[in-house]
Design a protein around this ligand. Structure first.
Ligand code: DLL
Length: 443
């Protein structure tokens, strides 16, 4: 069971919460847990054992935290290749929950939890929500999807564990979400940042002024978002927007989360050990350097993950946070190493497009990249929604905006792409993760 120290964070003295434990004590705890989890994976998971054998390693070779670099990586393809249950370390009778994530290609990946895993998951979410200033008495609307996706149930258990009142709305039905928010006096919402942008737009159409509601916090994650989007959200709705990160393979939401300082996401290091590696060579990189985040679960029972290559690009932020937590912080995830597009030989990340667009007034934070192929040549069109005022303005203003955007994209991307200005609401809204790229090159 989760200890009382972990569940009632908001009511505890900081010194008694794992978020604030002295660093040396945290490192000792991590080492002890690392040795245990490696032993468990080695004993119970065939794939992991054979990889350790190939390297001539046994769990006894892990004597310090640095020794983690000796261990083999685990990749998403390992989960696919052993589908559905090949990486489980617990017998099925001890598995109380399965989640799955479909990804963009092929078979889904399946993840498992024992009761202890669910309790740990709840405890990290409680700590994450408490770090955002939420507590018993808050009314939290969970608008992440419920089901095989980890967002809904993860946030639900965390909010309930905190002692808050949960409104399990799940994703979709924007009008109903807004009605619930207003009628129930909801004080915090958990959903993807793009879905909240959609709710902001819809509320305006319905004549509901979000600024007049008790809503004061949004816990947003599951997809990359930028400071400009935070600014847009906070300005339109008068709430504080917090970034929460996680992935199914490790636990779901709750691997890390911002505190009220908004200077990076504190990693719940007592349960998830972070490393940053060079995405090409896999070599470990020091704190402060940008690279791929690799995570090891330190307490997972049903499905321990050793050195899991997340493909998410970030860095460990040096220095201490003013909030007093001793947990290290990661920078927000701007991109993944595998979302790179190669257009006419040039490497492009959707996040570059976003950063170019958001510097320019008159656009909305809704865009989509359309890839096609004409006579063997890749074409990239960026469709960008512009504010209704822009469309009502004289044609000259729209042309000027088009030129500015074309210039900004040319500069950032280094190749010429087509720019299409479209009216607000043209781009289809998603209830969950936004679809930023439509690739029609193969069809
Ligand atoms: O998206 C878990 C989650 C749910 C996190 C709700 C936060 C809130 P998956 O569907 O397995 O799990 O997708 C994980 O989503 O590897 C990142 O690429 C991306 N991602 C998740 N959170 C963030 C974030 C959930 N805050 C994948 N910023 C991860 C940027 C994020 N990307």
């Amino acid at each position: 069971m989760t200890s009382i120290l972990e569940t009632s964070v908001a009511d505890c003295h900081p010194a008694s919460v794992p978020d604030y434990i002295p660093v040396e004590q945290l490192r000792d705890l991590q080492l002890q847990r690392l040795r245990t989890v490696v032993t468990r994976a080695w004993q119970q998971v065939k794939l992991f054992r054979s990889r350790m054998d190939e390297l001539g390693l046994t769990p006894d070779d892990i004597r310090s935290l640095e020794d983690i670099a000796k261990l083999p990586f685990t990749k998403k393809s390992d989960l696919r290749d052993t589908y559905p249950f090949g990486l489980f370390a617990s017998p099925m009778k001890d598995v109380v929950r399965l989640h799955a994530s479909s990804g963009t290609t092929g078979k889904p990946i399946v993840v498992a939890y024992t009761q202890e895993d669910v309790d740990v998951w709840t405890s990290v979410l409680v700590r994450a929500l408490a770090g955002c200033g939420l507590h018993r008495g808050d009314i939290i609307q969970v608008a992440y999807g419920y089901g095989l996706f980890t967002g809904g149930l993860g946030a639900h258990y965390g909010a309930e564990g905190l002692g808050a009142t949960v409104v399990p709305a799940s994703g979709g039905h924007a009008d109903r979400q807004i009605m619930l928010m207003r009628d129930f006096g909801v004080t915090a919402i958990c959903c993807t940042p793009t879905y909240f942008l959609h709710l902001v737009d819809r509320a305006a159409e319905l004549g509901v002024d979000l600024k007049k509601l008790p809503l004061r916090a949004g816990i947003f994650g599951a997809e990359p978002w930028t400071e400009s989007i935070r600014w847009h959200i906070e300005n339109q709705s008068n709430i504080k927007a917090f970034d929460i990160y996680g992935l199914s393979e490790i636990i779901g939401p709750g691997v890390s989360c911002e505190c009220f300082r908004h200077e990076g996401l504190h990693i719940f290091e007592d349960h998830f050990y972070p490393e940053i590696v060079d995405p090409d060579s896999g070599a470990p990189l020091p704190d402060g350097c940008e690279g791929e985040l690799v995570l090891t679960t330190l307490s997972k029972q049903a499905m321990p993950m050793i050195r899991y290559r997340t493909r998410d690009i970030t860095r460990i932020l040096p220095g201490k946070c003013e909030c007093g937590r001793t947990l290290r912080r990661m920078d927000r995830i701007g991109r993944r190493s595998d979302d790179m597009l190669i257009i006419r030989g040039v490497n492009i990340f959707p996040s570059q497009v976003e950063s170019a667009l958001l510097q320019i007034d008159g656009t909305l934070p809704h865009y989509q990249i359309l890839l096609t192929r004409k006579q063997g040549l890749d074409q990239m069109e960026v469709q960008i929604e512009v504010t209704p005022q822009m469309f009502n303005d004289k044609i000259g203003a729209l042309q000027e905006l088009h030129q500015k955007l074309q210039g900004a994209l040319d500069r950032v991307l280094g190749i010429r792409v087509q720019v299409a200005l479209v009216e607000a609401h043209t781009i289809e809204r998603s209830e969950g993760k936004a679809v930023r790229v439509i690739d029609r090159r193969a069809s």
